[in-house]
Ligand binder design. Structure first.
Ligand SMILES: [Zn+2]
Length: 435
């Protein structure tokens, strides 16, 4: 290691610099190493300090942004929402709390920091539960209107009245926005009904450490928005400070998740996921006329991806045709004319103009179309076109996103895996016959 930082798109690794600090997660004080510096879209730089005790990564003296603030422009706000509903929202994660909550009795569902409200929508429509969301952000306003949900546009605190408590509580990628993680956990502890379950997810502080994949670190750090990235030990320390003893934490490369509640150790979140229920929700939402064409494309894309991933190729073809029609209607683009479409897709510095011209999920649409083609008809030439298009679209979109200090982990993954497929089909060792 040299003493000079290495630049990676809006982010620099630091080496050797230390500063005195108080870890907001475990409360340890001492000389902590500055590991990274990352820049927000505004240009402001944030140091990320590694706690020597719990190994969480935190921003010293963090001040949370005003989430209730208005966007810079109506166009920028609309694009935020369009990005989220078409591409950004991880629906499978967002419906997981309700899937977990099904394991227990009771039908009162609370989502803290619910954002647009996909989790609430699923719990309400698929379970018939009484749902309530609280979120001060812009996405929440849009979701309240477009999904017709009971979302309170404000901050929540432990002083709130939670009535008899909620049987299921969700907090997906929320805890890292608090100055003190124990504050959120105190709310969960107070709001959770007896016998109920809470589920939270958060980026894993380990994802930035040397030797780990550094893919899409920027989205995990989210400079200016995330006060810290928790380690497993850090989350345990924060749970202890909030007086929560019943929990089970799962550690994955990029994320941590925790089930909280009596006998939480008996719950395996992955095993709770019900494919049929998820599919039925997407199917119903895709077929239903929507107030927003972006939202409908978002649902149709997730259904298409689900069908391809489950190798249900005939149904996937039908889903692809539906997306083709929607994209033609909404964007005047012909998905089947891959090369014509790619010629129209260039980034010349005007993000807003670029992002209005195609759906954010175009990378995924093309990638899964490639898989569908390869596994279905076996037409390797056509599949290679789709994989190349996926790679190319991801490059253009990420270039534009990164110019605003934003990145998307799924786009990054899709770009890498699309490239591998192009090499597999067109490279010197290809075993495929191309037309
Ligand atoms: Zn710590």
């Amino acid at each position: 290691m040299t003493g000079s930082p290495t630049a990676t798109m809006g982010m620099e690794r630091q080496s050797g610099r230390r500063r005195m600090g108080l870890c907001p997660v475990c409360r340890a004080t001492g000389e902590h190493e500055v590991e990274l510096t990352a820049r927000a879209a505004s240009g402001a730089a944030f140091d990320y300090v590694r706690c020597a005790s719990c190994r969480s990564l935190y921003v010293p003296d963090f001040t949370p942004p005003a989430y209730e603030r208005a966007a810079d422009s109506i166009e920028a706000a609309d694009l935020d929402i369009k990005f989220y509903v078409e591409q950004g929202a991880g629906l499978e994660t967002l419906v997981t709390p309700a899937m977990i909550g099904r394991r227990r009795a009771g039908d009162r569902y609370l989502e803290i920091g619910c954002g647009f409200g996909f989790g609430l929508d699923f719990a309400s429509r698929s379970m018939g539960w009484e749902v309530r969301g609280v979120d001060p952000g812009r996405l929440a306003k849009a979701g309240r209107q477009l999904l017709g949900l009971d979302i309170e546009h404000r901050y929540l605190s432990a002083e709130d009245d939670f009535g008899g408590g909620f049987d299921t509580i969700a907090a997906i990628e929320v805890i890292e926005h608090f100055v003190d993680p124990a504050d959120l956990l105190a709310i969960v502890r107070k709001a959770l009904a007896k016998g109920g379950l809470a589920y939270l997810t958060t980026p894993n502080a380990g994802c930035t450490e040397a030797g780990r994949p550094t893919v899409s670190l920027l989205s995990a750090l989210s400079p200016g928005n995330h006060a810290f990235l928790l380690s497993k030990a850090g989350l345990e320390a924060a749970l202890a400070r909030a007086g929560i003893a019943d929990y089970a934490i799962r550690e994955q490369d990029r994320s941590l998740d925790a089930v909280i509640g009596a006998d939480a150790r008996l719950i395996d979140p992955a095993a709770c996921f019900d494919d049929a229920l998820y599919e039925a929700y997407l199917e119903a939402r895709t077929r239903e006329p929507s107030a927003s064409p972006f939202l409908q494309i978002g649902f149709a894309y997730r259904l298409f991806k689900f069908l391809v991933n489950h190798n249900r190729l005939d149904e996937a073809r039908g889903a692809f045709e539906r997306i083709e029609q929607m994209v033609r209607r909404c964007y005047d683009l012909n998905l089947s004319d891959v090369w014509g479409l790619l010629r129209r897709l260039t980034f010349s510095g005007d993000r807003i103009r670029l992002f209005k011209t195609f759906p954010f999920c175009l990378t995924g649409i093309y990638f899964f179309a490639g898989i569908m083609t390869l596994n279905g008809s076996g037409d390797a030439t056509r599949a290679a076109d789709f994989f190349f298009a996926a790679m190319r679209v991801a490059m253009v979109v990420r270039k534009a996103l990164l110019s605003a200090g934003i990145d998307d982990g799924e786009l990054d993954d899709l770009q890498q895996v699309a490239r591998r497929h192009v090499v597999m089909l067109l490279g010197p060792d290809s075993r495929w016959t191309l037309a």
